[in-house]
Design a binder for this molecule. Structure first.
Ligand code: 2BA
Length: 109
């Protein structure tokens, strides 16, 4: 068994959740925050049998788009002004960041 952990943009999360339910995959959605943009994103935990991993990755790919997002400059507030960038910077936020982990044990009580 594997645990698929997928960090996706909030805009894609409902569509992905619906697609997983439609294909009868069970998932848990967590409201998370990206460390870099400090903006909300959604993390899915999807526990599946090994042979289902590729199908789930396809569903994630089909339902999550990459987009460009502007990062607002953060004032140094007395910190190091050398590193301060005074204009917004555009970054490409991926469709999904996915980790596939081995599951040692799965129990439901
Ligand atoms: P954030 O940390 O808010 O990052 C959003 C986007 O900002 C990233 O998109 C990347 O394009 C850019 N970025 C992140 N750190 C950067 C840095 N140090 N310098 C320059 N640009 C940087 P993605 O790579 O598609 O990541 C989207 C979200 O996935 C991330 O949101 C984070 O929540 C999660 N993530 C990405 N890589 C991860 C990892 N190795 N471990 C855990 N979470 C990760």
């Amino acid at each position: 068994m594997k645990m698929i952990i997928a960090v996706v943009q909030d805009k894609d999360s409902s569509r992905l959740a619906d697609a997983l339910v439609k294909h009868e995959f069970r998932a848990t959605k967590l409201a998370t925050t990206g460390g870099f943009l400090k903006a909300g994103n959604t993390t899915f935990m999807i526990g599946v049998e090994d042979q289902q991993v590729d199908r789930v990755l396809e569903i994630i790919k089909e339902n999550c788009k990459s987009r460009n997002q502007l990062v607002a400059p953060v004032s140094p507030m007395g910190g190091n002004a050398d590193a301060y960038v005074p204009y917004p910077v555009e970054v490409e936020v991926g469709g999904a960041t996915v980790f596939v982990l081995p599951v040692e044990s799965f129990q439901q009580f």
